[in-house]
Design a protein around this ligand. Structure first.
Ligand SMILES: Cc1ncc(COP(=O)(O)O)c(C=O)c1O
Length: 358
């Protein structure tokens, strides 16, 4: 299959696009079209097409509803100042989708074809890419298992679709530090589990801790490893970086955290800028001690949604540490500016992360 196999059926009536881009929010409205194709064991992926956005009709016994065999991705298309549309490391999302697929016994999708599917959809929906500072068109590629019948086994039928949602600036009022609770009861991933895969189950199991943290006034939960509950891992939808003395420390990719594309980008930029970088296990004791002694200079999350999110305070078992007086650190701000600069086409792209859509 290649891009020319994608059949495009345009919507007869287009939705009204939001006039006020300051209230776009995230994932609330969707564009006029979607990409969709089906897979059948023995036949492979078939019938790739872009058609008007529509509901899916699935059998109540469909595999996805019962055994959660599903995976997804999240990436953005950006409008540049000279009115081009571009994507950031989209093929890395295609590769990660395939790694998730392998873990979940789901069929892979050719990376180049999947990229073409995303690109074609963005081209069709180019008028939906918002114009205001910090806004983007969020893409949600999703694969679901769709055998009609019960029984726990790898399904033989799948649906892959891509939907797109214009998204507002993550920080409409400017970058602001968040408070994080280090979770000491629930865990997200275990050794040999599926923590590295972008699959719904990982998020379903995180909701309870997230809700409880929210009630206590924290915006995110920082997970500890599921085996010993000693080592810090990642937060709900971001990887975490800690600047201890002059070194950037982040959890290693050992199978339990999502290998974030923003994480990889920041580590690359950090090495470019001459920072010492350590991908290693960081115990919560070491982190709290560094916070108490003043050696923890800055902390921030990295992810597609927020790009870089400064941390102002960390709480663990009732003890709070304030990071950088609760203010945005210099290094955090610099990474935010560099990466958003590349994504929106305002800064040079030395690693060829950007691909032009139109
Ligand atoms: C659990 C989790 N960790 C980390 C990330 C950050 O990944 P990325 O930088 O690819 O968006 C995400 C967001 O997708 C996530 O859901």
């Amino acid at each position: 299959m290649n891009a020319s196999d994608i059949k495009i059926t345009r919507a007869q009536q287009l939705k009204q696009k939001p006039q006020d881009e300051s209230h776009l929010g995230f994932g609330k409205i969707f564009t006029d079209h979607m990409f969709i194709m089906e897979y059948e064991q023995g036949k492979g992926w078939m019938n790739p097409r872009i058609e008007p956005y529509h509901r899916l009709s699935l059998d109540p016994a469909s595999t996805v509803f019962h055994y959660a065999q599903e995976i997804f991705e999240g990436l953005k298309a950006y409008r540049t100042a000279d009115n081009h549309i571009q994507m950031f490391r989209a093929k890395d999302n295609c590769r990660r989708l395939n790694r998730s697929a392998e873990r979940m016994c789901m069929p892979e999708i050719d990376v180049d074809f999947n990229y073409e599917a995303m690109k074609t959809l963005v081209e069709v929906e180019k008028d939906w890419v918002p114009h205001s500072e910090g806004t983007s068109l969020y893409l949600r590629p999703t694969m679901i298992a769709n055998d009609e019948g019960l029984g726990v086994h790898a399904a033989k039928n799948y649906i892959y679709y891509i939907i797109a949602a214009p998204s507002g600036a993550y920080y409409p009022a400017g970058l602001a530090p968040i408070n994080i609770m280090i979770e000491d009861r629930y865990v997200r991933a275990v050794r040999g589990g599926m923590g590295f895969a972008k699959t719904g189950g990982n998020y379903a199991c995180s909701i309870k801790a997230g809700e409880e943290a929210l009630k206590k006034g924290f915006s995110q939960v920082l997970w500890l490893d599921g085996e010993t509950m000693k080592y810090v891992q990642e937060v709900g939808a971001m990887n975490m970086m800690f600047i201890i003395d002059d070194t950037i420390v982040t959890a290693p990719l050992e199978g339990s955290i999502l290998p974030g594309i923003t994480r990889d980008s920041i580590l690359t930029l950090a090495r470019d800028k001459g920072f010492k970088v350590e991908e290693r296990r960081l115990s919560v004791e070491e982190l709290m001690a560094a916070g108490e002694s003043g050696r923890l200079k800055e902390a921030f999350g990295t992810g597609t949604a927020a790009v870089v999110s400064p941390v102002g305070m960390l709480e663990y078992q009732g003890k709070e540490i304030v990071v950088n007086n609760g203010e945005i650190g210099k290094v955090t701000m610099d990474f935010y500016n560099t990466l958003t600069g590349i994504q929106w086409g305002k800064k040079e792209d030395p690693h060829n992360w950007i691909t032009k859509v139109c």
